[in-house]
Design a protein around this ligand. Structure first.
Ligand SMILES: Cc1cc2nc3c(=O)[nH]c(=O)nc-3n(C[C@H](O)[C@H](O)[C@H](O)COP(=O)(O)OP(=O)(O)OC[C@H]3O[C@@H](n4cnc5c(N)ncnc54)[C@H](O)[C@@H]3O)c2cc1C
Length: 434
């Protein structure tokens, strides 16, 4: 059987892979399969999208069902990839209202993880969903929204695939004039106050902060990136390029996977922006810079990579960062990408909704792995953060201690499916389905 993994490539499974290509065959599959999980495009980093027995992959359910060009309302089947949707909507000057840092995700996967973007306001995908059609565990098609079958909707959004299989999503697109974005970069040498984020809030649409992995405690360096859509209307012609990493990239990374490589990557990133005086950037470079090589995760080799992605309450973020950089320096641990985003939403959904600062840091899985893991687990009780399940592969049920929403979710999921028909390695690990 084919081995299946997620983006982090640290866990592999060989389940029965079922790929229904019509609504009816999807329904029949759900009715006849005893234990399963839905699989989008496996762009989650950990085991939230993995099941050892059966995976129902939605990739062949990829039609646009309805597209209202006047209002920008669209309904699509859940297996449609953002990379296939963009060429269709961009030629009408529409863009996604919120996007993840890669276009190679399905719309169903975006809903099930309640994906967030760089938007300054309304930065969760859930803010733009009108309604969903979902097959429940027994194969009944349920239409739900913020008004209709509200409880089921609230469980399904960010519900990590445990309520059923989302068949279609109706949501609001965003009108834009051009692929161009006006930009403003603010370079800082000592981040003392996260309210720096607010500097350009009113004038810009998007914001994200990059941190130099070689920063030290009380001396945090980085760049705040702000952008807004350019006002001048132009005809949009968007083509997707797919470059792959080669054997040479993999070999070089393996050879130089050390302090100097990370130092170089961080310095190169900083200088490439410091010496770039252009007033504009474009959609691909700002939102999807990580898609330059569509399989860049392979560079981390056989052991794979891990990302720690947490939502830290705003009043703790600076203290947390100081302690994180102190820990990194002391243990000679470096990440090649650390990113902050400010998120706002009344906490409604299980997966990563709420207010706070999203902190993510990538690491290769090497000898330091358990130290890093212990750090993130231990500091949770001090800084009251939640882990993002789309990226998590380490937290156990003992460690989910501060998330009241989690216990409510667990109770409701158990009552939806007494025989625990849907489960993932993550839901078993967290004790939701085991
Ligand atoms: C380079 C990169 C950058 C990223 N940047 C961001 C970011 O900026 N913000 C962010 O929030 N996330 C980000 N992510 C994470 C990614 O957006 C999410 O993990 C997303 O959910 C992956 O979508 P997928 O289609 O690959 O779903 P999968 O990974 O296959 O599945 C994810 C979850 O959704 C469930 N699921 C999928 N389809 C359905 C369906 N039809 N019905 C019910 N459940 C379903 C699965 O069971 C699983 O629980 C990034 C990932 C990568 C690789």
């Amino acid at each position: 059987m084919k081995k299946i993994t997620s983006w982090g490539r640290s866990k592999f499974v060989s389940p029965n892979l079922i790929e229904p290509d019509t609504k009816e065959s999807l329904q029949n599959t759900i009715i006849s399969t005893k234990n399963f999980l839905t699989f989008g495009n496996g762009r989650s980093y950990g085991d939230v999208c993995l099941n050892k027995l059966n995976l129902i992959c939605t990739r062949k359910l990829n039609k646009v069902i309805l597209y209202k060009k006047k209002s920008g309302i669209i309904e699509v089947e859940s297996g449609l990839l953002v990379s296939d949707l963009l060429p269709i909507i961009l030629k009408d000057n529409f863009f996604l209202p919120v996007t993840a840092g890669t276009k190679f995700v399905t719309i169903g996967g975006m809903v099930a993880n309640n994906v967030h973007g760089k938007n300054i306001k309304k930065n969760y995908f859930s803010d733009y969903i009108h309604s969903l059609k979902v097959f429940d565990v027994d194969g009944n098609l349920i239409e739900c929204s913020k008004k209709k079958n509200k409880n089921f909707f609230d469980l399904t959004v960010g519900g990590i695939g445990l309520t059923g299989v989302i068949y279609s999503i109706r949501f609001q697109l965003k009108k834009i004039n051009s692929l161009k974005l006006e930009k403003k970069n603010i370079f800082f040498k000592n981040l003392k106050n996260i309210s720096d984020f607010k500097i350009s809030n009113s004038k810009y649409d998007y914001a994200v902060t990059w941190l130099d992995s070689f920063s030290s405690c009380n001396n945090i360096r980085g760049i705040h990136f702000f952008t807004k859509h350019h006002k001048k209307k132009e005809k949009i012609n968007f083509k997707i390029k797919k470059k792959r990493i080669t054997f040479l990239h993999e070999y070089l990374f393996k050879l130089f996977d050390n302090f100097y490589l990370y130092r170089f990557v961080n310095l190169f990133f900083f200088l490439s922006h410091y010496l770039n005086f252009k007033k504009y950037t474009n959609l691909e470079n700002f939102f999807y810079v990580q898609d330059k090589y569509i399989d860049w995760n392979k560079i981390y080799g056989k052991k794979g990579m891990i990302e720690f992605h947490i939502l830290v309450p705003e009043n703790f973020i600076i203290k947390f960062l100081n302690e994180f950089f102190f820990f990194c320096k002391k243990n000679k641990i470096f990440s090649n990408l650390i990113v902050l985003k400010r998120l706002k939403q009344k906490k409604k959904y299980i997966n990563f909704s709420g207010d706070g600062v999203s902190f993510s840091a990538d690491f290769s899985v090497n000898d330091n792995y358990s130290k890093i893991k212990n750090f993130f687990i231990k500091k949770q009780s001090k800084y009251f953060y939640n882990f993002y399940y789309a990226k998590d592969s380490v937290v156990s049920k003992k460690e989910i201690i501060f998330d009241k929403q989690f216990y409510m979710f667990k109770k409701k999921i158990t009552s939806l499916s007494k025989n625990k028909k849907i489960s993932s390695i993550l839901s078993d690990r967290l004790g939701i389905t085991k």
